[in-house]
Design a protein around this ligand. Structure first.
Ligand SMILES: NC(=O)c1ccc[n+]([C@@H]2O[C@H](COP(=O)([O-])OP(=O)(O)OC[C@H]3O[C@@H](n4cnc5c(N)ncnc54)[C@H](OP(=O)(O)O)[C@@H]3O)[C@@H](O)[C@H]2O)c1
Length: 335
């Protein structure tokens, strides 16, 4: 196999606008099929992106023998159900974040995937594939800024549409699930460990009941992280990482357009420098990294175990916000 033949489960906005074009532009991927509940939209997407096969149902798509992997950009409450069906049908799975609704949901997927060890499953945290993050993580790991002590992540937007999946509690909507998951993922990835405990405060929408803003403190053994996310405030995103001897700031850590370079602002003691990374399409990079895992046996950047621990921290934040106290995190060390 030289290229992954992808099947796309739905005509989701993220698929239409970002992931399908990125797969078609990637080195080792091609979109072979799409399934949608909306035949005319599927037809339109297939025509504009040269997708040869349209399936009337998601079930039809996962059974195709002309695809190797399924990309799942469904609402969050459908992720685990369709990931399980796809691996049982012999397909590899790249599933959108967050991987499930809670720890139990993701644990179920992990249990099922263990019965199908040939099928790979990864969570689509595309940011990890952008060169700005590869470089940042390398700097942190090699103590370029001294010992890591503090991470601050802000991610927000303004979306008040009651029909949007992000504003539906039963779909796994809300700020922490939709974008707070990035901050938690970043902090765990950069520290290379799990937080010992978390403390969070969440504001909930009176009708939607989703959290419209959450502030979380993550206490790692060697330092801390703050994650602030909101769905009814100004669109904004930035990450600041501080060590004992320096600081890194990412101006566009998550939604960096494929045709724009990223600028890393590095301060080492008194010296400040700006580093240009990219332009790069993090969605194409994600697809090629997935292909390297499937075809060459390279390790996955975001395997289910990582997602499970991310989900446990999200759950702990919700628990903390509800109980108004610190919550100790217990994590799988050897899942
Ligand atoms: N990595 C990223 O940068 C990024 C960015 C945005 C979103 N996401 C993730 O991608 C996923 C989809 O987000 P989106 O904004 O693209 O969502 P969206 O436009 O609302 O698409 C979701 C799709 O799921 C299908 N669907 C199946 N059952 C549904 C139901 N009961 N209600 C609504 N839709 C249903 C629909 O497709 P059909 O009608 O075609 O079947 C719908 O178009 C979420 O998990 C989100 O967290 C990731």
């Amino acid at each position: 196999m030289s290229k992954i033949r992808w099947g796309i489960l739905s005509s989701a906005r993220i698929a239409r606008q970002k992931v399908i074009p990125a797969i078609q532009d990637s080195q080792r991927g091609t979109v072979a099929a799409i399934a949608s509940r909306n035949p005319s939209l599927a037809q339109q997407v297939a025509e504009s992106h040269q997708i040869p096969t349209i399936c009337p149902t998601y079930d039809d798509l996962i059974q195709l023998d002309t695809i190797d992997a399924v990309y799942i950009p469904l609402p969050n409450h459908l992720h685990v159900e369709w990931a399980c069906k796809a691996i049982k049908a012999g397909k590899h799975v790249l599933c959108e974040k967050p991987l499930g609704l809670n720890e139990m949901d993701v644990q179920h997927l992990l249990n099922v995937s263990r019965q199908y060890p040939k099928q790979l499953v990864a969570e689509a945290f595309m940011y990890r594939h952008h060169p700005q993050w590869t470089r940042t993580r390398e700097w942190v790991r090699t103590n370029y800024i001294g010992e890591l002590r503090s991470i601050h992540v802000h991610f927000s937007y303004d979306n008040r549409d009651p029909d949007n999946i992000r504003n539906k509690l039963e779909f796994g909507g809300g700020a922490l699930m939709d974008i707070g998951c990035y901050g938690i993922s970043v902090a765990r990835w950069l520290y290379g460990s799990e937080p010992k405990r978390v403390c969070a405060h969440a504001e909930r929408h009176p009708q939607f009941r989703t959290d419209t803003s959450t502030t979380a403190l993550l206490d790692f053994a060697q330092g801390g992280a703050t994650v602030i996310c909101g769905t009814q405030i100004q669109r904004a995103e930035h990450v600041t990482i501080v060590g004992t001897k320096g600081k890194i700031t990412l101006q566009t850590p998550f939604n960096i357009p494929p045709d724009e370079p990223a600028y890393l602002d590095l301060q080492q003691d008194q010296e400040r420098s700006i580093h240009t990374l990219g332009p790069a399409n993090q969605f194409s990079e994600q697809c090629d990294a997935f292909a390297a895992a499937v075809i060459d046996g390279e390790p996955l950047c975001t395997p289910i175990v990582d997602s499970l621990n991310n989900m446990r921290v999200i759950d702990a934040c919700f628990q903390s916000a509800q109980a108004n106290t610190w919550i100790t995190c217990e994590h799988l060390t050897d899942p």
